[in-house]
Design a protein around this ligand. Structure first.
Ligand code: NAP
Length: 257
């Protein structure tokens, strides 16, 4: 039996490219998103055989739907070897506008609770089997807070911490946890950004490198490597310098602008 990977956010961008790479390596695919018809269209366009994948329509914010998705995946396809919690959204927020509180709640719900809801159905089955890998897609934006992007940065910082907690929790169980932090990747999520995106990478190239990371024993990786240097510098930068450099940076677009 070919190994099984479950990927959320498989209808677009990074998730779709990951699906393409894993399919090319012969993996069976459990693909999750709200736009399930988009996934089917993409898989058909890529020539992925119908018996190689199944599509599960689910909103990662709907915990009951995610539990049901998990049960269906386990019964129809078995315990995944790899689960990639990739679904996410990115919007700017201005907390002086009370309307943006609900935007922030949606971002945290999707990007943080969505990761937890993706992993939850598979932790016990993976532990019982004695192997498996849980991969959280965070972001370089989770390393320091960026002006106008507080909700997204907070959500991605939370993904880094959540994965780290799980990693230590599951140590010795055979279930490994990885955190992958993409830099700037060319997808619908970044296409309208109004600021410079250094080392912007095509999503297919990102997915090829992410596949190698998933196959490795690494617990944390920034892709592309150039952004890992940037991330280390950002982490080391004193607050005063950081604030002076980033205060004038163009902001991520808000929902209402
Ligand atoms: N692109 C970058 O530069 C970059 C950098 C760092 C991190 N990331 C992270 O990488 C991940 C993928 O981003 P992307 O660039 O590929 O964005 P994208 O092209 O906009 O794709 C986002 C995916 O997430 C899914 N999704 C969003 N909300 C969902 C929900 N409530 N339930 C289920 N699925 C949902 C979407 O599917 P449906 O709409 O069909 O549900 C879509 O497949 C995100 O977590 C993002 O934060 C991206």
């Amino acid at each position: 039996m070919q190994p099984l990977v479950l990927i959320t956010g498989a209808s677009s961008g990074i998730g779709l490219s990951l699906a393409e790479v894993f399919a090319g390596k012969g993996w069976r695919l459990a693909l999750v998103a709200r736009r399930s018809s988009e996934i089917r269209q993409h898989m058909s366009a890529l020539g992925v055989a119908l018996e190689q994948f199944r599509v599960f329509q689910a909103d990662v914010c709907d915990h009951a739907a995610m539990q049901a998705m998990g049960r269906e995946c386990l019964s129809q396809m078995g315990v995944p070897d790899v689960v990639i919690a990739n679904a996410g959204i990115s919007l700017g927020v201005d907390l002086s506008d009370p309307e943006d509180l609900s935007v922030m709640a949606r971002i945290l719900d999707t990007n943080v609770m969505g990761v937890a809801a993706t992993f939850a159905p598979f932790i016990e089955p993976m532990r019982a089997r004695g192997h498996g890998k849980l991969v959280g897609i965070s972001s370089v934006a989770g390393i320091r807070g960026l002006p106008g992007h507080g909700a997204y940065c907070a959500s991605k910082a939370a993904v880094i911490s959540l994965c780290e907690s799980l990693r230590a929790e599951l140590r010795g169980s055979g279930v490994r946890v990885q955190t992958i932090c993409p830099g700037y990747i060319a997808t619908p999520l970044t296409q309208n950004n109004r600021y410079k995106m250094p080392f912007l990478m095509p999503s297919q190239d990102f997915a090829a490198r992410a596949y190698e990371v998933v196959m490795s024993a690494s617990s944390y990786r920034v892709i592309p490597w150039q952004m890992s240097v940037v991330a280390k510098l950002l982490r080391a930068l004193p607050n005063g310098w950081f604030d002076a450099i980033f205060a004038k940076r163009a902001r991520k677009a808000r929902l209402k602008h």
